[in-house]
Design a protein around this ligand. Structure first.
Ligand code: NAP
Length: 240
């Protein structure tokens, strides 16, 4: 049986990805930070549904020692979904170095370290799959989200470089760039802002976590076996 580790599995997109991958037959490691209880609830739900053992593990991706423990407890990982992320809306001239460091510590350094811990075993097996969850703002930039946009653009560069480096080891590395998705990350947006974003989206709806989970399932699966180094936009046509 294959093991998938999903960072940020406690809530939002990651939670839907965990559900989808459990349905696809993976043993799922649900990465959590401040919401371990929600991760444990999900673990129980997935175990009841699939009859397999899954596991919620708490680790703050800002701390390398916690990432090391996460991978030690998880065991070898066949699929890594680097999903955990934070967003901030700040006028660029008000962004402090601390805010920059904090956001990059989770969105970029955390994803980099998780990938570094996952890869040696994949390389040894000559098989594996890494998926980064970027954002359409990493492709086109968002006003007042310069740091977030920069962090998500970094994941796109990482995807492309790693796909080239790890391809000969049989490892595929891809990236998903979601559009506006209905999760707590967007809880700060007013209903007017959300409606404006919906209207700007050619498919005229806000995305769901399940929209992203299905894209992860596709990229992780056999149907995508010749796809690597790609950025798949799942955004209802917002960015074309
Ligand atoms: P969310 O609902 O806010 O969930 C964020 C997840 O990241 C939570 O599970 C959280 O864990 C985890 N996390 C945050 N800080 C962490 C840390 N220091 N260490 C470990 N885990 C941490 O966000 P979401 O909307 O599902 O977003 C998931 C990913 O999709 C993010 O990378 C985001 O940038 C990207 N994305 C989202 C949208 C959107 O419109 N929602 C659009 C494009 C891209 P705990 O709750 O356990 O702390």
């Amino acid at each position: 049986m294959k093991t998938a580790l999903v960072t940020g599995g406690s809530r939002g997109i990651g939670r839907a990805v965990c559900r989808q991958l459990a349905q696809d037959g993976y043993r799922v490691i649900i990465g959590c930070c401040s919401h371990l209880e929600q991760g444990l609830e999900l673990q129980r739900e997935l175990e009841e549904k699939t009859g397999l053992e899954h596991r919620a593990i708490q680790a703050d991706l800002r701390r390398e020692e916690e990432i090391a423990r996460l991978f030690q407890e998880a065991g070898p990982v066949d699929l890594l979904v680097n999903n955990a992320g934070i967003a901030r809306q700040t006028l660029f001239t008000d962004v402090s170095a601390e805010e920059w460091d904090d956001l990059f510590a989770v969105n970029v350094r955390g994803a980099f370290l998780c990938t570094r811990y996952a890869l040696p075993e994949m390389i040894r097996k000559k098989e594996g799959c890494v998926i980064f969850i970027s954002s359409m703002w990493g492709q086109v930039g968002a006003s007042c989200e310069a740091v977030y946009s920069a962090s998500k653009a970094a994941l796109i560069g990482l995807t492309k470089a790693l796909a080239k480096e790890e391809g000969p080891s049989g490892i595929r590395v891809n990236c998903i760039a979601p559009g506006v998705i209905h999760t707590e990350m967007n809880a700060g947006l007013s209903s007017e802002d959300l409606e404006a974003l919906r209207q700007e989206t050619p498919l005229e709806r806000i995305g769901t976590p399940e929209d992203i989970a299905r894209a992860v399932s596709f990229l992780a699966g056999e149907k995508a076996s010749f796809i690597t180094g790609q950025v798949l936009g799942v955004n209802g046509g917002f960015v074309i």
